[in-house]
Design a binder for this molecule. Structure first.
Ligand code: PGA
Length: 225
C-alpha cells in the first residue's frame, strides 16, 4: 500500500476540475489498496470534496500559511480549510522555494501550523536540502512528516531519477529525520521503471504532470504496487 500524492499545481479552471472529478468518480475503484491524496488548487477543494466518500481518497493543500488566522492578506491558513476535509499539505515544494523564495525556516513554520491543526505535512526536499530542512524543524515535529525526495532536475522533465539515487537519498532522509515515510517525486508516470513503482522501500509517489488527465492518472495508480 502506497501514499500517492496528486499535485495539480496551478492548473485547471473550475469547469475542468469538475470534469476531472466526474471521470475519476466513475472510473476509480472503491477498493484501491493505496491512499490517494488529491491536492487541487485550494479554490477547487469543494469540487473534490465529493470524492472523499471513497475511503481511499484524501484531500490535501499545495501550500499553507506559516501564520495563524488573522491579518495575512492572500494567505490560506489551517482555519480557512477547517471544514473542507483537508488531511494533508505539501510544503517546501521546489517551485515554492524557487519562485516564492521560501526558506527551510518558512517550511518549518508551515509544518508547525499544519500539525497543530492535525494536517499531515508532506515536506519536499532535494538532496542538498535534507539535513538543513530536518534541522530547521522543531524536534517534536520532525518525525511526524512525510518526506518527499524531489530532485529538481527530474521534475517535469519526463525522466525519473534512478532507483539507486532514490534509495541513497532515502537513507539520508532517515538519518536526518528519523523513521519517517519517504516518497519519491519527479516525472513519475506509467513509463517509470516497474522496479521503482513497486519497490518496497518507497512508501509512495508525488505526481505532477501525470495527474492532469484522469484516465492516465488512474492507469498509473493501477500500475503502482
Ligand atoms: P512532475 O511533477 O510529475 O510533473 O515531474 C512532480 C512534482 O513537481 O512534484
Amino acid at each position: 500500500m502506497k501514499t500517492i500524492i496528486a499535485n495539480f499545481k496551478s492548473n485547471k479552471n473550475s469547469q475542468e476540475a469538475q470534469e476531472w472529478v466526474d471521470v475519476f468518480s466513475t472510473e476509480f475503484p472503491i477498493d484501491s489498496p493505496h491512499t490517494l491524496v488529491l491536492c487541487p488548487p485550494a479554490v477547487h477543494l469543494p469540487i473534490f470534496q465529493t470524492l472523499t466518500t471513497n475511503p481511499s481518497i484524501k484531500l490535501g493543500l499545495q501550500d499553507i500559511s506559516p501564520f495563524p488566522a488573522g491579518a495575512y492578506t492572500g494567505a490560506i491558513g489551517t482555519k480557512n480549510v477547517e471544514d473542507l476535509s483537508v488531511e494533508y499539505v505539501i510544503v517546501g515544494h521546489s517551485e515554492r522555494r524557487q519562485y516564492f523564495h521560501e526558506t527551510s525556516q518558512d517550511v518549518a513554520n508551515k509544518i508547525r501550523e499544519a500539525l497543530q491543526a492535525q494536517i499531515r505535512p508532506i515536506v519536499c526536499v532535494t538532496k542538498n536540502e535534507i539535513h538543513a530542512q530536518a534541522a530547521a524543524i522543531e524536534n517534536e515535529y520532525r518525525n511526524k512528516v512525510i518526506v518527499a525526495f524531489e530532485p529538481v532536475e527530474h521534475i517535469g522533465t519526463g525522466v525519473s531519477d534512478t532507483l539507486p539515487d532514490i534509495l541513497t537519498a532515502f537513507a539520508e532522509i532517515k538519518d536526518a529525520f528519523g523513521s519517517v515515510h519517504s516518497i519519491y517525486g519527479g516525472s513519475v508516470s506509467s513509463h517509470t521503471p516497474k522496479e521503482i513503482l513497486t519497490h518496497q522501500e518507497i512508501d509512495g509517489f508525488l505526481i505532477g504532470t501525470a495527474t492532469l488527465d484522469p484516465h492516465s492518472f488512474i492507469h498509473l495508480v493501477q500500475t503502482i504496487m
